[in-house]
Write a protein of this length. Structure first.
Length: 183
């Protein structure tokens, strides 16, 4: 089974739980984020990054209520590590940095925090809260893909619409194949 087959299998067969305090499933959330990226005309790396940004949730198996138990499952790191060697940094950084992007946005945009769902606010606390001014500067300086991660974060926040009709996981096979690292 290829990595792309594994991704589609995870989305189709393991993402049916509600997405961490939201009213959509993990799969619906991933597909909505990718759809928003696609509709915005984003590069394929960002569409793939939007689709995969929460893949770590489907890999670590900690359950939908992990944040309620005061646990940060570090899903961004789990997903990034699993994708390493298969996808370029432009894709993996959307996964690795989407939590830091939330911390960044809550530090630089006071209205952003107010717009977060209650579940996202709870997880923000576990993830370290808003960045300090020094963390903001470091994030901007050290992360070449930080702007892409911020955009994926915004799609992440919007991808929670109950009943939104979007393409299925198989629709994104060609996108994933186009950005796959070939050995």
């Amino acid at each position: 089974m290829t990595i792309i087959d594994q991704i589609i299998d995870l989305l189709n067969n393991h993402g049916g739980s509600l997405y961490f305090g939201e009213q959509v499933t993990e799969t619906e959330h991933a597909l909505q984020a990718a759809y928003l990226a696609e509709q915005a005309g984003a590069p394929k790396e960002m569409v793939a990054g939007a689709l995969l940004h929460d893949i770590g949730h489907l890999l670590h198996g900690l359950g939908e209520d992990v944040a309620d138990h005061g646990i940060d499952g570090k899903h961004e790191d789990v997903g990034h590590q699993w994708l390493e060697g298969h996808f370029p940094a432009a894709v993996r950084d959307c996964v690795r940095l989407h939590v830091d992007a939330k911390r960044y946005l809550t530090a630089v945009d006071p209205e952003y925090l107010d717009g977060l769902s209650e579940a996202s606010k709870r997880s923000l606390e576990l993830q370290g809260g808003p960045f300090t001014p020094d963390e903001v500067k470091a994030f901007e300086a050290r992360e070449p893909n930080f702007e892409a991660a911020i955009q994926v974060r915004r799609w992440d926040d919007q991808a929670k619409v109950v009943g939104l009709q979007v393409p299925d996981a198989a629709h994104y096979r060609s996108v994933l194949e186009s950005v796959l690292i070939r050995s």
